[in-house]
Design a protein around this ligand. Sequence first.
Ligand code: PEP
Ligand code: MN
Length: 346
Amino acid sequence: MVVVMNPGAPQDQIEAVVARIESVGSQAFVSHGVLRTIIGIVGDTQRCYELNLPAMPGVSTILRVSAPYKLVSSQAHAERSVIHIGPPGHRIPIGPDTFTLIAGPAAVESAEQAHSAARLAAAAGARVLRGGAYKPRMFPLSFQGMGEDGLKILADVREATGLLILTEAMSPADVTLVASYADMLQIGAANMQNYPLLDSVAGTGKPVLLKRGMQATIEEWLMAAEYLTQRGNPHVVLCERGIRTFETATSSTLDISAIPLVQQLSHLPVIADPSQACGRRDLVVPLARAAIAAGADGLLINVHPDPENAVVDGQHSLAGSELRELASAVRQLPPLLGRRPAEPLS
Ligand code: PEP
Ligand code: MN
């Protein structure tokens, strides 16, 4: 971090800034130019963010040298991390070398629907079932999810199929309950910067799927992961699910470049959700292939036994031939990139 002083800032203002930097144990290196003085900071720059330096007299601007996220940064951890989900003896890795398909319905609608979707997901190569019991809906009268009854159905499906369960928590008040059923907790795009929710989810210690907010920059997304990690939960998998752009032909724009870029910036696994990104069944498989080719560590795919009659997100849920195409992409492409596909469930 570098503090740039106003042209001609007097010595007492410079000394006050230096004293404040040193008050938190960081070092200040003062360099006098012809017009301006700049002060380089070495040490715990995170604490320096809290010093309110921009508000001090004589300060013109603050320049950042290193990223504000530290623990999730690839500088903190040169090797890419593997996040394990599931109980001992039944753990599934997400990270480099392997490829993890997570698939299932947007929402749990009934026991029958969830069991059928789980069978389709497992047959397509999934080891983890996605399914929402608490759904973030734009319209207040839309189906909001089955709540705990939906979680119980997910637990039954896990028992019957061996699939692990990924499900979303939307409110801090529900986190303990959701975590008691889930193998992995989803933080949805709309909640990426819901800090009370991040606090509660971090407190469970369960692995987290952190979706990118639809208006979030990569840095904001990584700061949300940093927040979870600093609050004691480093088991974070990032999920690129499309961002808001000027284009309206798709529900959002899958940011393919974010996949390799975030893998350079951070050691955390990155998976892609082409279903939410495009919102159209016919584009899911091409985008899934693109995400695999870009190096994604896995995919999150909406699957439904009867998309036409799905209560939530039928328009981009796969079944039939499209699901078979997806399954063949997941079987064939990751090995070409040196990844081991998940072993089929026995
Ligand atoms: C979902 O995956 O169920 C969902 C609602 O997606 P997102 O949070 O990415 O919008
Ligand atoms: Mn949706």
